[in-house]
Design a protein around this ligand. Structure first.
Ligand SMILES: *Cc1c(COP(=O)(O)O)cnc(C)c1O
Length: 404
């Protein structure tokens, strides 16, 4: 049974028979190029999920493919018992991009990067008896036990108690609710510059600054989860750069290595030497292949000016979507930053996504009320126009009614 001969329906049935039911899946995708993916059934989709912000450089970028192929030919992995040049150079590159002047720990996913950051904060506070981390309601930090304990959404936590101790939850964008939770046990505040899974909600400009100020005042660490909003997605390399603050540490994953699994924890000088041999580790973390892929991603992003593009195209897209707010009562608003864009709707995200897909466009949701758009940052104006037209058609199909 060769995969290419299977019809998409067979693949779905096979998947449902043999894979744990952790996702509600729709189309069967067999190939990607730029901003488009190709379905097993012959459909061509405009991909506004970009692998949930993993494909920021788009699908199958030729430079990316060459870099990964070259590395495959050279060295895939050598374990962290040895140095590898790709890893050291990538760490230098990330530290310089961030301006944090510290050090990096590599791992393989977002949850793992946040695990590392939580452990780092605990190690930092340990001798002073500080371990509590103030997290935000509606946040999302991952599916491992520590990261789901840090996630401010009961639907993620439900059924997995007892959760880990040491996480408190403040109202996002409400500094007084953060301040009220600070105790002698508090070691850090953890925040996303733009909450992705939680509904595409950007931090208010004043909030990030107030968190920084509060952390300085009370001797706490400011930690940022940049797994979704980092890597150029919002029109800056890192989401916190919109706010004129610097965190003490932040995490990356998703788009970092363009689809090859990779996570990273980047910490400031103050935290750079908290971990010592034996504190933490990862067999695959910072493997040569993933590092070469991440180098290619960074170079492509720089050379093709995708960070600037995210800002420019995001503004265009947002403006185009705003016309639908006036036109359809079911569309309540548009929010986000750069090309992390949420269309706020009246409980009807699922039916909009379904109709979009049938029309040839993929997007995802962030709760029942938000259609989340995450196009590759390489999107052209023409493709953007096409997307806006498809969204318009879908809204018209579903809610156009008698106006026609
Ligand atoms: C996706 C995501 C994670 C988890 O990343 P995984 O690679 O799925 O473990 C954590 N935080 C944020 C903000 C994310 O968007």
């Amino acid at each position: 049974m060769t995969e290419s001969r299977k019809k998409s329906d067979d693949i779905a049935a096979l998947s449902n028979d043999y894979m744990m039911n952790t996702y509600s899946k729709t189309a069967t995708i067999v190939r990607g190029k730029g901003c488009r993916v190709y379905g097993a059934d012959g459909m061509v989709y405009l991909d506004f999920t970009a692998g949930i912000s993993v494909l920021n450089i788009g699908h199958s970028h030729p430079r990316y493919i060459d870099a990964v192929r070259d590395q495959l030919d050279t060295l895939v992995h050598c374990s962290n018992l040895f140095y590898n040049p790709q890893q050291a150079l990538l760490a230098e590159r990330l530290v310089k991009l961030s301006g944090l002047n510290g050090k990096v720990f590599f791992c393989n996913s977002g949850a793992e990067a946040n695990e590392a950051m939580i452990k780092l904060a605990r190690a930092y506070g340990h001798d002073a008896g500080k371990y509590e981390i103030i997290c935000m309601k509606q946040s999302f930090h991952g599916r491992t036990m520590a990261t789901l304990s840090a996630t401010g959404q009961s639907k993620v936590q439900k059924g997995f108690d007892p959760l880990l101790l040491g996480f408190e939850f403040a109202d996002f964008n409400d500094i007084e609710s953060v301040r009220a939770l600070v105790s002698e046990r508090t070691v850090a505040v953890l925040v996303e510059a733009v909450q992705g899974e939680g509904g595409v909600i950007p931090a208010d400009p004043g909030f990030m600054k107030s968190v920084r100020k509060l952390c300085d005042e009370k001797g706490l660490l400011m930690l940022c989860d940049e797994i979704q909003c980092g890597m150029g997605r919002t029109g800056k390399w890192f989401g916190w750069q919109h706010y004129d603050v610097k965190p003490d540490a932040f995490t990356l994953a998703k788009s970092l290595a363009g689809g090859i699994p990779m996570g990273a924890l980047i910490a400031s000088e103050k935290l750079a030497d908290v971990f010592v041999p034996g504190s933490h580790g990862s067999t695959f973390g910072g493997g040569a292949l993933a590092c070469a892929a991440a180098h290619a991603v960074l170079s492509i992003m720089e050379d093709e000016k995708f960070v600037e593009a995210a800002e420019r195209m995001g503004a265009l897209f947002t403006k185009a979507l705003e016309q639908f707010v006036e036109k359809y009562p079911q569309v309540l608003g548009v929010r986000g930053k750069g090309l992390l864009v949420g269309l706020v709707v009246d409980g009807c995200a699922d039916e909009i996504l379904e109709d979009l897909r049938l029309g040839g466009m993929l997007a995802c949701k962030a709760g029942p009320d938000v259609v989340r758009f995450l196009p590759p940052l390489c999107i052209s104006e023409k493709e953007m126009e096409e997307a806006v037209e498809m969204i318009g058609d879908t809204l018209d199909n579903l809610y156009g009614g008698e106006e026609e």
